[in-house]
Design a protein around this ligand. Structure first.
Ligand code: DP6
Length: 334
């Protein structure tokens, strides 16, 4: 008897240097602007998709526990997208193992949906090149489009009036980046966030008076960031990344009602990173939808900076380097 197809994939989180914050289409997950990120070599997520032809519904297990609520709904919705493309109907069992705390602003959904997209496409025998895979991953979580690729990656929003908007929005690796940098993650708190990033993003776009200004700046910053990466200009890369992240947090803090992911401890790290810079270190901060701060620095300084930030916070730190794109760990078996 032939076993039902199964596939396992692994993907890593990415941290945006120019952020994705705001959608123009919720259903297709189309962003309002391009974003640019670095895929890390830490915190991989491994996801298996096993087709279950005799089952009546999908089963989703995250870190050994059955998923419920919004997580289950999003994964099943994503499998429906893959099934529609494959013209197949079999339910599946999805088993995901994270090595990063979920929902803490450490990009678990980016790694998770990139791994799920690759595993599900293989299990349902949908043939996709990496660009098409990034479009598919985008449907699960926008930032997942970027985790399909390693290193520096740009996610193209696509022109608003494009005939096929889905086709026009994809991620692409940036091969001309000339920087040997690291990102130190300071793990201040690892519990789930009070407001999901999806809801915070929606609320910000709808209500923050600062959002249009940040969006306009972001469009310019993507181009400036590409130029700085190609020139190997770390000071400009760091300055743009920090400004863009502070701007994004200003938009959500001025939403109605406001969203503030940063804690007292986050501000302590942000202040310390500025102090380090004042004394000559090359360090810049970035923060996502959670309290944890990520610090951009030269690769050669990463261990020293991680140790210092660990000492002042009393929290674990991880020095990450550029990491790989999503890969299969097990082929389709039959
Ligand atoms: C702050 O990709 O998690 O990390 O598309 O709604 O699933 P959805 O959002 P998600 O948003 C990530 C936002 C961010 C910035 C970024 O990664 O660019």
């Amino acid at each position: 008897m032939r076993a039902a197809p199964a596939a396992t994939a692994v993907a890593h989180p990415n941290i945006a240097l120019v952020k994705y914050w705001g959608k123009r289409d919720e259903g297709l997950v189309l962003p309002l602007a391009d974003s640019l990120s670095l895929t890390l070599d830490v915190f991989p997520t491994t996801t298996s998709v096993q087709l279950c032809p005799t089952a009546t519904r999908d089963t989703v297990v995250v870190d050994g526990r059955p998923a419920t609520g919004e997580t289950l709904r999003r994964v099943v919705g994503f499998l429906d997208v893959v099934r529609a493309r494959a013209r197949r109907r079999e339910p599946a069992r999805v088993d995901t193992r994270n090595t990063v705390p979920v929902g803490a602003g450490l990009a678990s959904s980016a790694a998770g949906f990139a791994a799920l997209a690759l595993a599900a496409a293989n299990a349902y025998e949908v043939t996709l090149d990496p660009t098409a895979l990034s479009r598919l991953a985008r449907r699960g979580s926008g930032s997942a489009a970027r985790s399909v690729f390693g290193g520096f990656v740009q996610w193209h929003a696509g022109p608003p009036g494009a005939d096929d908007a889905d086709l026009a929005s994809y991620a692409e690796p940036l091969d001309d980046a000339r920087l040997d940098l690291a990102m130190v993650a300071v793990l201040l708190r690892t519990g789930p966030k009070p407001v999901s990033s999806r809801e915070a993003m929606r609320r910000t776009v709808a209500t923050s008076p600062l959002f249009p200004g940040w969006l306009a700046a972001t469009r310019t910053e993507v181009t400036a960031m590409r130029t700085a990466l190609a020139a190997g200009d770390l000071a400009t890369v760091g300055a743009i990344a920090e400004r863009n992240a502070f701007g994004m947090h200003a938009t959500m803090r001025t939403a109605v009602p406001p969203v503030d992911y940063l804690t007292h401890a986050s501000h302590q790290v942000l202040d310390h990173v500025r102090l380090m810079r004042d004394r000559g270190e090359r360090t810049w901060s970035t923060m996502d939808a959670g309290p944890n701060v990520k610090v951009l620095c030269p690769a050669a300084d990463a261990q020293r900076i991680a140790a210092e930030l660990g000492e002042i916070t009393g929290c674990p730190t991880v020095a990450a380097r550029p990491g790989p794109g999503a890969t299969m760990t097990t082929g389709t078996c039959s």
